[in-house]
Design a protein around this ligand. Structure first.
Ligand code: NI
Length: 391
């Protein structure tokens, strides 16, 4: 039994499954059909199945030999609340939701890898335990965080965890395996400015929430440009500013909100503290009351040394045209995998999805996962297990 012998047929069947998943997208924590397919498929392969993690998450457990080592391979299952504009036959059957981030491909490829690994186990190709982690709600709600909080790593102890995301704009089947930061941490904030309001023609009789808010938006940017080391990366984006309803009234309230992105936990702390300080200054200067709410979101995804070494080595064997990138710029986007890899050393790679139609990117209503990279994805997962759990 060799992987190269079974891979072409397996990849073709997995492509059909991928298209079926694409046609039936499900949103965060509602991935019941997808989870059902995953659990059935794993069971059919004789893999021990644990359902109901973070509502719809599924963990498959495959043991080989007598080794005590264990690793986790993670795929995400959720789609996005976005109306699909594609017209191909496997387009979404459900109005207002679609697989615009390729998680259909991630789920299908990991199921393909499970099938191949069951076949190879009996040939003695690896020794230890593989956990197949199918998580819900990667996009917004942090399904990975919920699985960790529910005791994923206590119930399934493992030494390393691995993730993979398809990446448009990179050559199809190429692999990016970088040590250190790959994806940013993403926090959210809301700032409520309460003022006294006034007649717009007599502003001196009240206080002005809009002027205070405008000053606040400007001042927040000084944290990035003046308080952050120029060699570090940070983004503060104010994405909402709601105030007022009439031309002749200064409103009593302004509500602002947005996101903060960084790669270092220390910088996250420093920016939160800096924003709080600026809010206090705005209160005094503009005689308003400012409520500051800061919510920690996905942590930065930081690839650890050992799993990244293994990923790289495997990537060099399986990447199409041996195209392996180790030093691209990380993304300021965020990734729920970070909740796993901040507990257990992890490596999260990008698998090139090809340039796509007109450079179509993730979260576009025209996006589609590229079925031609399925064989590379399966190959990567299987070789990774053989390498990490070498007999
Ligand atoms: Ni995604």
């Amino acid at each position: 039994m060799s992987l190269s012998g079974i891979l072409p047929g397996l990849a073709a069947r997995i492509a059909n499954l991928r298209r079926d998943l694409h046609a039936h997208p499900e949103l965060a924590f509602d991935e019941t059909r997808t989870a059902g397919i995953v659990a059935n498929q794993l069971r059919k392969l004789g893999i021990e199945v644990h359902e109901g993690w973070a509502k719809t998450g599924v963990v498959g457990c495959l043991r080989a030999g007598s080794g005590a080592r264990a690793i986790g391979l993670r795929a995400d299952m959720d789609a996005l609340p976005l109306p699909e504009l594609n017209t191909f036959p496997h387009r979404s059957r459900h109005a207002g939701r679609m697989h615009a981030c390729g998680h259909d491909g991630h789920t299908a490829m990991l199921l393909g890898a499970a099938e191949a690994l069951v076949a190879l186990r009996d040939a003695g190709n690896f020794d230890g335990t593989v956990y197949f982690i199918f998580q819900p709600a990667e996009e917004h709600e942090g399904g990975g965080r919920v699985m960790v909080e529910e005791g994923l790593f206590e119930r399934f102890p493992m030494q390393m965890v691995f993730g993979l995301h398809n990446w448009p704009g990179l050559p199809a089947g190429s692999i990016v395996a970088m040590e250190g930061p790959v994806m940013a941490g993403a926090d959210r904030f809301e700032i409520i400015i309460n003022a006294r309001g006034a007649h717009a023609a007599m502003p001196h009789q009240g206080t002005d929430a809009i002027l205070a808010g405008a000053a606040l938006v400007q001042a927040l940017q000084s944290l990035v440009s003046r308080a952050t080391d120029p060699l570090d990366s940070a983004v503060i984006s104010v994405t909402r500013f709601h105030a007022g309803q009439a031309d002749n009234i200064l409103p009593e309230q302004a509500v602002l909100g947005g996101t903060v992105r960084t790669f270092q936990p220390e910088l996250q702390d420093a920016l939160e503290e800096g924003m709080r300080r600026i809010c206090i200054g705005i209160e005094t200067t503009y005689r308003v009351h400012v409520e500051f709410h800061y919510v920690r979101g996905y942590p930065p995804t930081l690839n650890a040394e050992e799993p990244t070494c293994i990923s790289r080595e495997v990537a060099r064997q399986v990447a199409v045209g041996e195209q392996v990138f180790t030093h691209l710029k990380p993304s300021m986007g965020a990734e729920d995998f970070a909740y796993l890899s901040c507990v257990v050393p992890g490596c999260y790679v990008w698998l090139g999805n090809g340039p796509g139609e007109g450079g179509c990117m993730l979260h576009s209503p025209h996006y589609d996962f590229n079925d031609e990279i399925i064989a590379t994805g399966i190959n990567y997962w299987v070789r990774l297990v053989e390498r990490a759990l070498v007999p």
